[in-house]
Design a protein. Structure first.
Length: 137
């Protein structure tokens, strides 16, 4: 069965990594143990963490005792902010195809698809990272 709603591997990894950091507030989590916990490659997780750092969602410290931690409390970070940091802004698509094929002035499905997309975005904006906490180990 196909998934109706699917996020990229990078966005899914970002959401899970942020949930791990939310479960260890103030602690510096290192890439290798996080990647092992999430069953991801160190390199891919490092790329994701760099995007989260550039979006100022996490702080990082280098060195043997370095790692990553949330830049602000999990209650102040929405799932949409995490998603957007990795995949960029969401474009609300009102057509199931890349280009309209109905041959009509308006889509045969009306505003249904656009409404669904807007609801998903609203839900991501309203849901805070603190609602999803993972623990290391």
């Amino acid at each position: 069965m196909a998934n109706l709603f699917q996020v990229s591997e990078m966005a899914a990894l970002a959401l899970h990594a942020m949930a791990l950091m939310a479960g260890s507030p103030g602690e510096l989590l290192q890439v290798r143990p996080m990647a092992a916990r999430l069953r991801a490659s160190d390199a891919t997780l490092a790329k994701v963490l760099d995007r989260l750092r550039r979006a100022r969602l996490i702080r990082t410290a280098r060195g043997p005792k370095g790692g990553s931690t949330l830049a602000r409390p999990a209650e102040k970070i929405s799932l949409y902010q995490v998603y957007e940091a990795v995949d960029g802004p969401v474009r609300i698509n009102r057509c199931m195809f890349n280009r309209p094929v109905c041959g009509r002035r308006s889509c045969v499905l009306g505003s249904f698809l656009g409404d669904v997309n807007e609801r998903v975005v609203d839900r991501l904006k309203q849901t805070k990272l603190s609602d999803f906490v993972l623990r290391m180990g």
